[in-house]
Design a protein around this ligand. Structure first.
Ligand code: COI
Length: 355
């Protein structure tokens, strides 16, 4: 993980910032972007000189392969500012490794580590005013790669764009969420690319999620594609269940995203002596637990969603409400995680990365 600025980048700054037009108290997640973006093109078998340029539209040929075959991957990260005005990332090495793992699965060339970290460091220093202090405020960072080669031939491209764009963010969900457990649709299948943060994994969720929304649920908890018997993950987050005092989450697999927040919560829980079971979880076990009162909590974990409590779930036409817990694991883990992210607590795991 490098943290140096070697002068590798070309920088073209905006003449006037648009920051004064932004209402930082009323942000819609992912709809306002900062002044600059990082762009690096791949052609002739190599990543070219990376650039930071004013944020703005791209010009792409209509036959660019990303439009036809969805050859695209992305990441989600956040920058946090502490009370002294210092900016931190949270485990960015994990996002770097994962974008290349996703790329490999979609036959996209690996992105160099020094370009990634130099791009992030330079961009975030340039956009410092967009990172507001205060727990809950953050700058959501979206690195992504798209296939830009002009040609509708159905094979991997030989030209790509790696980009990083940034959006000031507050919470992703405005309150506790309710989820529908999938009976019929699947997010991914064994041997597929569910573990990759590939654009197509998300596009395929929109229709079933729209149907769930029509029934009053915000998200779906996906179940395995074989028999829809086991819970896997939700649309924008991994999922945890608390049965009595034990925390349960499904193991990662080729179908489930290896979430950075997920693995951080597991590490925090284990350090604090909370029993964690990472194992296949049957939907029937969750239904049984809600009926006998041992299901205390469900919550999602993800970069955008942070730790999001689930207040109710639906399954096979039944609706189950969860009782609000006084000392919930969700609020405990959310504070513990954010205290590390915002430099308010000791970082015994070495997760913070200073910009
Ligand atoms: C993230 O948490 O960063 C994600 O990628 C979820 C996103 C689809 C909003």
């Amino acid at each position: 993980m490098k943290n140096t600025i070697s002068g590798l980048l070309e920088i073209n700054k905006v003449s006037t910032s648009k920051i004064d037009q932004v209402d930082f108290d009323n942000l819609n997640f992912g709809s306002v972007f900062t002044d600059h973006m990082f762009v690096c093109d791949y052609k002739n078998g190599a990543w070219q000189t990376p650039k930071i340029v004013p944020y703005g539209p791209l010009t792409l040929d209509p036959s660019a392969r990303v439009f036809h075959y969805g050859q695209a991957v992305f990441e989600g990260m956040k920058a946090y500012k502490d009370d002294h005005g210092d900016t931190y990332l949270f485990r960015p090495d994990e996002n770097f490794k994962r974008i290349n793992k996703s790329s490999e699965r979609l036959a996209i060339p690996e992105f160099p580590e020094d370009y990634f970290f130099e791009g992030l460091n330079t961009l975030l220093k340039l956009e410092d005013a967009w990172i507001k202090p205060g727990v809950g405020n953050s700058l959501y960072i979206r690195p992504f790669v798209i296939a830009t080669q002009a040609s509708v031939s159905a094979s991997e491209a030989n030209e790509y764009k790696f980009m990083i764009i940034c959006s000031p963010a507050q919470s992703y969900y405005s309150g506790d969420v309710s989820v529908l457990v999938a009976e019929k649709f699947s997010r991914s299948a064994s041997g597929g690319f569910g573990y990759a943060k590939a654009a197509g994994n998300y596009a395929g969720q929109f229709y079933p999620t729209k149907l769930a929304k029509d029934q009053g649920y915000q998200q779906i908890i996906w179940t395995d594609s074989n028999a829809h018997e086991y819970v896997e993950e939700a649309g924008t987050m991994n999922v945890f269940f608390r049965i009595n005092d034990t925390l349960l989450t499904a193991p990662i697999s080729d179908r489930i995203l290896d979430g950075v927040t997920r693995k951080s919560l597991i590490a925090l829980a284990e350090k604090q002596g909370i029993k964690v079971e990472v194992r296949p979880i049957k939907v029937s076990e969750i239904v049984e637990a809600v009926k006998n009162g041992s299901l205390k909590e469900i919550f999602g974990a993800g970069t955008a969603a942070v730790v999001s409590p689930v207040k109710a779930f639906g399954y096979k036409g039944e609706h189950y409400e969860l009782e609000k817990q006084d000392n919930s694991y969700a609020s405990h883990f959310k504070s513990a995680l954010m205290d590390i992210q915002y430099n308010k607590a000791e970082d015994s795991f070495g997760w913070r990365y200073k910009i």
